[in-house]
Design a protein around this ligand. Sequence first.
Ligand code: MG
Length: 334
Amino acid sequence: LIQRIRKMSAERTSGVRAAGLIQLGIGDDTAILRFPPTHEVLVTSDFSLEGVHFRRDWHPPGAVGYRCLARGLSDIAAMGGAPVAAFLSLSLPAKLPQRWVDGFLRGLLALAHQYGVTLAGGDTAQSPGASAAKILADIVVLGSAPRGQAIRRSGAKPGDLIYVTGTLGASALELETMYAQPKKKLDPKKPPAHFFSSRHFYPQPRLAVGRFLRQRGLATAMIDVSDGLSTDLDHLCRESGVGAQIFAGLLPRAEGDTLEHALHGGEDYELLFTASAYRKIGRSIAGVPVTHIGEIRRSSTRVILLGELPSDGRRSRKLLPRGWEHFATARRRP
Ligand SMILES: [Mg+2]
């Protein structure tokens, strides 16, 4: 399997941008990477577990592989960094068809190629448990950012404005639609026309937006929306020691989507950031829409949600973090 991964990886990601940093990739006891002394190394690790992050009967293998890497790339984007290398550890059931693994790798490597990321190592094992054996994929993504410039969660100040890229809730809406028709299996060979623009199956990590914000020194704090706005904004506020108010009417919802999804739906992989009110933030960055949704406050109540209109300020409520809990634990998603 490792030889196969090595071969597919070499075919699909040859001549990538980061090649100069990868002194040695798959094939030795360790990889060797050389980062310029002017840069810091960013490291993130993410699990993709069958039954928790994906279901084999819903998610085609290519989308599982793609999302596995997309989650790590989104974390690198949230720091304003550039991705360099990925390390993949796979635990697979003995009976898993080879074509599933190939599809998984093709999806993962297509995204790696798009962003010049080298698959530089990993490990494989057989999942225990015979017929109940599950697929587990763990990916470590390494990136880089100029020394001292990575954008942290902790820099938001009272008075800063809060922005979000793209739309919120689209992934949750797609999931809910799938749950509503559990018998209807997606045929991986005949994906619907909208499939590859799907926010759930093929989320686009916002690397160009993150890099732009870092290069211009615009963002005071940033996080990617992986668990849902209510949870991720709470993380950002906690790390910054501040509160926030957001306006329900300003949230960029996917067409036909609910406020609930925009607030609590997860896996949108958009960027949530804060910037000084004195810095101009365009309505779009690197072709991605950017929306002003609220303001950082000096407050002990973490996040306040205001009514449908900014003028409707008196209708406010405390917004508790109850973002995405994934398949295994989410009660409202049987
Ligand atoms: Mg993150």
